[in-house]
Design a protein around this ligand. Structure first.
Ligand SMILES: NC(=O)c1ccc[n+]([C@@H]2O[C@H](COP(=O)([O-])OP(=O)(O)OC[C@H]3O[C@@H](n4cnc5c(N)ncnc54)[C@H](OP(=O)(O)O)[C@@H]3O)[C@@H](O)[C@H]2O)c1
Length: 335
């Protein structure tokens, strides 16, 4: 029997705090007929990675469980049924570690060909990994909310992973964009990303600021906070306004029904991983077009090596769950 080739990977054998993450050797995987083997050039952290690692989302996990959804890299091998990709092609994607698939935080990964997208020539692996899950999420949500060029879009957490994508994609579509952020430096980042107005939510009353900058109301109100305040968001909506929810599994806020329905408003909640491979690919194609034209840029806040995955998870968790305010964009790691 031949000795398996080994690669470095960041994995857990039980859920728990970031200290449970191990960095060590695992066998290099073989592709199934419909899969690619991708040599990763970069991966990025999303809040869901920390929820899975911490056991906050109950799901069956392989043991060892390789962490991470997002990746970008180069195809090293293809399964017998794969026609669209060849070794040497650069690809990115966002759906690893979900639905029983191994995660992306290793030197080589198996990726279903349906969930791999070509990386534009002008985009680095670090940039592609940084836009992967958050970009698809923003594109899905704006499509489903029926974004129109004359819309006024508000996004909370505009300096965050999803928020920074919503700002840029809404701007590229011609909308007016208002964003909120939790500090002056994060507020300035929203402006650099293209927001027409950026509000420091600790310095200004958000509802009053929205009334000042959008006196007729908001068309699409995108909430990234895990603790939504519906009194405020519903009051800010315009006639036919759309409220997008995609965070806060534990949130159970009071909902002001009257002010909502009398304005013909609608509420749209979603989780990107519920969408089919074809639906996500359509979003990835749109994102690639925006990346090629330079309308969409990655918002990389911090880089680590793959060996530092535990530190990267701790930083993401401190910011998403505990609002540390120490992260200005995506965390990207390189093997
Ligand atoms: N449903 C889906 O498909 C999907 C996909 C991706 C992510 N998510 C979820 O969406 C959320 C955002 O993801 P992300 O990757 O953008 O995370 P992130 O980079 O950590 O951004 C979260 C943002 O929330 C803002 N925030 C924190 N507390 C707030 C509060 N009390 N009020 C208003 N804003 C607050 C922060 O901005 P400031 O402090 O600067 O205001 C931060 O930028 C996470 O909970 C994630 O799990 C869901």
């Amino acid at each position: 029997m031949s000795t398996p080739r080994l690669m470095k990977a960041a994995f857990i054998t039980e859920t728990g705090p970031p200290s449970k993450i191990r960095y060590g050797d695992l066998p290099v995987p073989e592709p199934a007929p419909d899969e690619l083997i991708v040599r990763t050039g970069a991966v990025s952290v999303n809040p869901i990675d920390t929820y899975i690692r911490g056991g906050l989302i109950a799901m069956p996990l392989n043991n060892p469980f390789v962490l991470g959804c997002d990746f970008a890299g180069t195809v090293a091998a293809v399964g017998s049924e794969v026609g669209d990709f060849r070794p040497g092609d650069r690809v990115w994607g966002a759906n690893q570690s979900l639905s029983g698939r191994p995660g992306s935080f290793s030197e080589h990964i198996t990726v279903p060909a349906d969930f791999a997208y070509p990386t534009p020539e002008n985009v680095t692996d670090q940039e592609a990994a940084a836009i992967a899950l958050v970009g698809i999420t923003a594109q899905l949500g704006l499509d489903r909310a029926g974004l129109k060029p004359d819309d006024i879009v508000f996004v909370s957490g505009g300096a965050g992973g999803v928020g920074s994508m919503v700002i840029q994609l809404a701007k590229a579509a011609g909308a007016t964009v208002i964003a909120s952020a939790g500090s002056e430096s994060r507020r300035q980042l929203c402006t650099r990303l293209g927001a027409d107005v950026a509000i420091d939510r600790h310095q200004e009353n958000l509802a009053a600021a929205l009334e000042k900058h959008a006196p007729d109301g908001i068309d699409i109100y995108w909430e990234t906070s895990r603790q939504p305040d519906f009194e405020s968001s519903v009051a800010s909506l315009r006639q036919n306004g759309r409220l997008v929810l995609m965070a806060g599994r534990e949130a159970r806020p009071v909902f002001p029904v009257g002010p909502f329905y009398v304005k013909n408003c609608s509420l749209f909640g979603f989780a990107m991983f519920n969408f089919s491979a074809a639906e996500q690919r359509a979003c990835a194609n749109d994102l690639n077009e925006q990346l090629k034209t330079g309308n969409l840029k990655a918002n990389v806040g911090k880089t680590f090596s793959l060996a530092e995955t535990a530190e990267a998870h701790a930083l993401q968790e401190a910011n998403t769950l505990n609002q540390a305010g120490t992260l200005h964009g995506k965390i990207v790691l390189t093997p």
